[in-house]
Design a protein around this ligand. Sequence first.
Ligand code: UDP
Length: 480
Amino acid sequence: MQNPNPHAVLLASPGMGHFIPALELGKHLATHHGFDVTIFVVAADASITESPLFKPPQTPNLLNLVLLPPVDVSALVNSTASVVTRLVIMMREALPLLQAAISSMKSRPTALIVDMFGTEALAIAEEFDMLKYVFITSTAWFLAVTVHFPYIDEEAEHKHRVMKRPLDVPGCRSIRHEDTLDLFFDQTDRNLFSGFARIGMEISNADGILVNTWQDLEPSTLRALENEKFLGRVVKASVYPVGPLVRPVGQSSKSEVMDWLDMQPMESVIYVSFGSGGTLSAKQTTELAWGLELSQRFVWVVRPPVDGDASANFFNVTNSHDGTPSYLPSGFFTRIRNKGMVVLMWASQTEILAHKSIGGFLSHCGWNSTLESMVNGVPMVVWPLYAEQQMNAAMLAEELKVAVRPKIQPNAGVIEREEIAGMVRRVMELKGNEMRDKVKELQRSAHQALMQGGSSYNSLERVSKDCELNVKSLQLPNCH
Ligand code: UDP
């Protein structure tokens, strides 16, 4: 008998920051909303399959994880191309593989869900009569600027990019130039502009847009996205806030770091990490080391520094690294022995953030890290590096008031040790309590959104209903 469940195919673009939310969305669909799920993963190489995250999780319905054969794009992009350009090209090269994989499935899947780098694949969904969804693994505010982007005329672009005036986004908070997207700083690469405009159009024309946010976090932006007076004019798709979908704490969380955290006082440790790709210069790495040494207890995930490329580690993450970190000040390990832990390359972030000894998070503001901080009620020191991270930082520090922010842009110069120590102190001690109360409120509202009957749960129920209707309409001969 034919399986009556709707079948969602998800396509995750390269990078842990894209794979992790796709996996969490897949788990929610398969666990709570009656879907069978297949997640196709695009990656630069097969190393992701060695990650413990790549094990198919236990869910009541089918959940398959499939790595598409890695594509080599080295001949197609030059070595200085931005992460975005490389991602788009990798996704483009993977399209025939996705097409072949879907066409070889025994029964036709109901829906294709892509992230923002996979929107070209929505044409494949059309070919197979599948519903088309985009999953935005960032804020509704970022979605708003993306769908508005194709309609920014030359004059508005000039005012923002060159004259550094705020960018107006209909019905939403405007974006100050210092908080704007990377691509407005790049004066040369027009391909980035046209590529981003194409993505904005493709997102608007999907059947639905899922966003990893929740109703009470961004109510006015979500309203603007639906309101015909504002962005609702251009966004044909329904917008579904479905978050915060973050990786839950794992079963076995024993490690040297966790043992060390067990011995520290409640909310006394700041966790420092720049996500899967964030990279500091050599000078900034040294200054951060000194800043942390001047501060209080810390856990720091350290990567080799690279000058002049804030996302240098994006395609270069491994789980272990045996070399001695010569890029830290000499004697650092000895001096911090009783107050800090250094983890090389990669840490179990969700486990660390959920630990009761963690009282703050110094973060590059990748949206997954930000959500993980919020769901654990941890206030932040924001240190944005690339992509839309400046927008996230502005929202956290100025709108939600759950974070402190450096005086200068991390990419515009070196943040000095005294300022680092001062920010850590503010989040952990002086202003910390006020921010802590605010972030604990967000933690509660996030939890409610995901509970059965909560706003995000209901959003996924609506998606599920639409897909069930589509399954029924496909109960035609020769479809299966
Ligand atoms: N992450 C982790 N350990 C690390 C660094 C990152 O588990 O040492 C996880 C983190 O918990 C988050 C994801 O990788 O889920 C990074 O996503 P984010 O959106 O924060 O940043 P990106 O890496 O995409 O810049």
